[in-house]
Design a protein around this ligand. Structure first.
Ligand code: SF4
Length: 494
């Protein structure tokens, strides 16, 4: 079942702008009550591939065959479409996981690939976790000192060991017990022989939705993955909620944790989630378009064209164009096949960098004043390259409008961010970034503007922000205790 780490060169999975984007870490999906549930899970994971491209795994249970699992590096479509793999995953209940990696080993270690499985006295259980446990180092130390033997370097494995140490009589109660010890962000999908479980942390930082397909039930990180299998979106799992779905189709809901203010990740709206997913009854696409509208109101500029930086800047660019009246145009054309063409590029090809993946539409932009709409600026390296491509192609002016506030703080809740010093906005003001990147203008949406765009008409509640926005504000809803132990300094309270 193992795959050689050498078989997955880092360039293989590269998104065109991967070197300068925050990366979502995981997607989770689970099904109960459908024949060959693993096939539905594979499709769901395929729809969630944008949340993690490094590896994927499925665990399933069949009354005759017991538990089975498969974990693979690479895309879901390259692994979980093969008959040789899927026929080993029978049964009416299955969960799956796609992964990039935050906690745990960076890169290729098959034992870090979820779902994780544990055999308890009352039967087996598997879990798949999206998020990041902010006290995992302390928990792991404690567990190891008490005799736990870890198989992986993933923070998520702590949950299995905490379950093993719990004295509760059944697995859902053990999971509750375990998750009470866990701090940070978690959306967990788990299974026993007969039950599918879904849990969101008390702040609800990462998403999790419930869907229905025929007699079966589905749990998914995003609603777009329900669509691919024809399931109906029933509702979002609430922050702090645990649902236990039985083989007979009954759904038990409980709220086992101390209630906390909701802090859904606002960056899911900006970038991580697919635009065809739905949160709070509104599509992510519509929210992103509205971000563009707010951006145009806050930061108008005289120009000839509004162009998206593909693909995530597209809805905001459309909104910007609609609000400003400046024509929308595809100034950048993306090569859809790049990732699979040059699996191991030579040095000379690698030096072409972003040009391999994106090309400026020269005939369109020559002599034009262009507004480029992008979702974020992280290190700024891509912004600079794109600006150079536009100037080389003859653009008269290049203005950047960014659909998120300056990213000045790292995320500790399941998103891969560079260290704080490497974030451009951590060390420079907006004007300094503009000078540094040598663009004609650079403006970000304000935090209040972003909150208005996601449906908070009054903007951000400064006393108790309605979302997690720590990567912009430095206000962490859950203290990142491991990081503080390692020397991370949080923003001083005003
Ligand atoms: S810090 Fe940023 S990316 Fe991380 S959960 Fe909060 S809003 Fe999302």
């Amino acid at each position: 079942m193992t795959t050689s780490p050498a078989a997955i060169p880092s360039t293989y999975y590269a998104h065109p702008l991967d070197d300068d984007k925050l990366k979502e870490e995981c997607g989770v999906f689970g099904v109960i009550g459908l024949k060959d549930a693993s096939n539905f899970v594979a499709l769901g994971l395929h729809a969630l591939q944008h949340r993690g491209q490094e590896a994927g795994g499925i665990v399933c249970h069949d009354p005759d065959e017991g538990f089975n699992s498969a974990r693979r590096f690479g895309y879901v479509r390259d692994n979980f479409t093969k008959e040789s793999v899927m026929k080993t995953l029978p049964g009416p209940i299955a969960i799956g996981h796609v992964r990039y990696s935050t906690a745990g080993s960076k890169g290729a270690v098959i034992r870090d690939v979820q779902p994780f499985f544990g055999e308890f006295s009352m039967g087996g259980a598997a879990i798949a976790h999206n998020g990041n446990i902010t006290n995992a180092v302390a928990l792991r130390k404690e567990l190891v000192e008490h005799g736990s033997i870890f198989q992986s370097s993933s923070d998520s494995e702590c949950i299995i060991h905490l379950m093993a140490r719990s004295l509760q009589r059944n697995i859902p109660e053990r999971m509750e017990d375990a998750l009470r010890r866990v701090e940070g962000a978690f959306s967990v999908v788990a299974m026993t022989r007969t039950k599918l479980m879904g849990v969101r942390d008390p702040h609800g930082v990462r998403p999790l939705v419930l869907g229905r397909l025929g007699e079966g039930w589905v749990l998914s990180s995003e609603s777009c993955a329900l669509d691919i299998i024809g399931a109906e979106l029933i509702r979002e799992i609430e922050p702090g909620e645990m649902v236990v779905i039985s083989a007979d189709g009954s759904v038990d809901s409980s709220f086992p944790f101390r209630p906390q203010p909701s802090k859904f990740c606002i960056f899911e709206h900006v970038y991580f989630s697919r635009p065809d997913s739905i949160y709070g009854g509104r599509s992510v696409y519509e929210t992103r378009r509205q971000i563009g509208v707010e951006l145009a109101r806050e930061n108008p500029v005289d120009a000839d064209l509004v162009c998206p930086v593909p693909d995530s800047g597209t809805p905001a660019a459309i909104g910007f164009s609609q609000e400003s009246g400046i024509p929308y145009a595809m100034g950048i054309i993306r090569n859809q096949y790049m990732g699979r063409t040059f699996i191991e590029p030579t040095e000379s090809i690698r030096n072409m960098g972003v040009r391999l993946k994106l090309n400026v539409n020269r005939a369109l932009i020559k002599g034009k004043r262009v507004i480029l709409v992008d979702d974020s600026v992280v290190r700024g390296t891509t912004t600079r390259k794109i600006k150079n491509m536009f100037l080389d192609a003859g653009a008269a002016e290049v203005h950047f409008r960014i659909a998120s506030p300056p990213t000045a703080w790292p995320c500790f809740y399941g998103v891969d961010t560079p260290e704080r010093e490497k974030l451009l906005a951590a060390t420079m003001t907006e004007d300094e970034m503009c000078d540094h990147l040598k663009v004609d203008s650079l403006k970000f949406i304000s935090l209040d503007g972003l909150y208005r765009a996601v449906g908070q008409a009054e903007g951000r509640n400064k006393e108790c922000p309605q979302y997690c926005d720590a990567c912009f504000s430095g206000e962490y809803p859950v203290t990142p205790s491991d990081k503080i132990e390692q020397g991370f300094q949080m923003a001083a309270a005003e």
